[in-house]
Design a binder for this molecule. Structure first.
Ligand code: COA
Length: 276
């Protein structure tokens, strides 16, 4: 297996940035400015970032053209085993979609492995399918739970007006699944019955629950672009929030985990014990 830092540095160079631990007082301020640029409001206090810096290890930055253009921040937790909880990953809009976020996650992975931490967890909105693709397919995490309304009401520019349902994902850093994802060799399981179907055109698909029972391979369809759909039709966006929570909840209750999502928004579930 390629050394984790080599993989991170290779990804960084492909994205045109360099990676650095953020340890200075000035970095704490720069992180909070970047958070404001991405979420549109003050989400993180510099003193909390400073405390994370002092505790050590949990914050990496991406430097592009001399500026801080992205960062990843996490802290340790030990519920159900020692892990890093990755709280924030952000890249400034001008640098998004160039591989910076990916390089930052690889730096986080390498730093964890150095410290003897084998698992990283975080949460994301399962209706942001691009994040789902990134987390489940490109990085090789597994969706282990739906946390309805996880953050309560949110007022930032990305989440305002929607319920903060989140998937918990777990990234097993030494697993074969992760190794395959990082080398682009992962493949989806064969799809089974569809538990929730997206009916109608791409512009305004409607949620249609089926009578299918959750079982390994089952599929939950969601809109490819829920944030866009929600901006066009708030009621339809809400209908998807409710219908998806019910379908995802049923899959997790049946003991399944989310293992894949296509770019079109087809989530696939499987048995955790059967994962490589
Ligand atoms: C999500 C985010 C951190 C990804 O970083 P990035 O540098 O843009 O992503 P990369 O270029 O490394 O691409 C990795 C994957 O991220 C996803 N992605 C890319 N741009 C994205 C965007 N603007 N929004 C959401 N996901 C995006 C894609 O799945 C991409 O995979 P692909 O290239 O095969 O399509 C970044 O877009 C961002 O800061 N978004 C806003 C804040 C946010 O949603 N943070 C995550 C939750 S805390």
């Amino acid at each position: 297996m390629e050394d984790a830092w080599d993989a991170a540095r290779r990804a960084a160079s492909a994205a045109g940035i360099s990676l650095a631990p953020l340890t200075e007082l000035e970095d704490a301020r720069r992180v909070t400015v970047l958070v404001d640029a991405v979420w549109g409001e003050d989400q993180l206090s510099p003193s909390l970032v400073r405390a994370f810096q002092h505790a050590g290890g949990g914050i990496y930055g991406a430097l592009g053209d001399g500026d801080l253009v992205g960062f990843v921040l996490g802290f340790l937790g030990w519920q159900e085993g020692l892990h890093l909880h990755s709280h924030m990953l952000a890249v400034v809009p001008e640098w998004q979609s160039r591989g910076v976020g990916y390089a930052l996650k690889l730096a986080q992975r390498a730093a964890c492995l150095d410290a003897g931490i084998d698992e990283v967890r975080w949460t994301y909105d399962p209706l942001v399918v691009r994040n789902g693709w990134f987390n489940l397919v490109k990085l090789g995490t597994v969706g282990t739970a739906l946390l309805p309304g996880f953050y309560g009401e949110m007022t930032d520019s990305i989440n305002r007006g929607d319920r903060s349902d989140r998937f918990e994902v777990r990234w097993s850093l030494r697993s074969q699944r992760t190794a395959r994802a990082l080398t682009g060799e992962a493949a989806p399981p064969s799809p089974g019955p569809v538990v929730l179907e997206a009916r109608g055109g791409h512009e305004a698909p409607r949620p249609a629950p089926t009578r299918a029972r959750p079982e390994p391979g089952c599929v939950v369809e969601v809109p490819a672009d829920h944030p866009g759909l929600r901006a066009r039709d708030e009621a339809l966006g809400w209908a998807w929030r409710e219908a998806s929570a019910e379908a995802f909840g049923a899959c997790f209750e049946a003991g399944l985990v989310a293992v894949w999502v296509t770019r079109e928004g087809r989530y696939l579930f499987g048995r955790r014990e059967e994962l490589p």
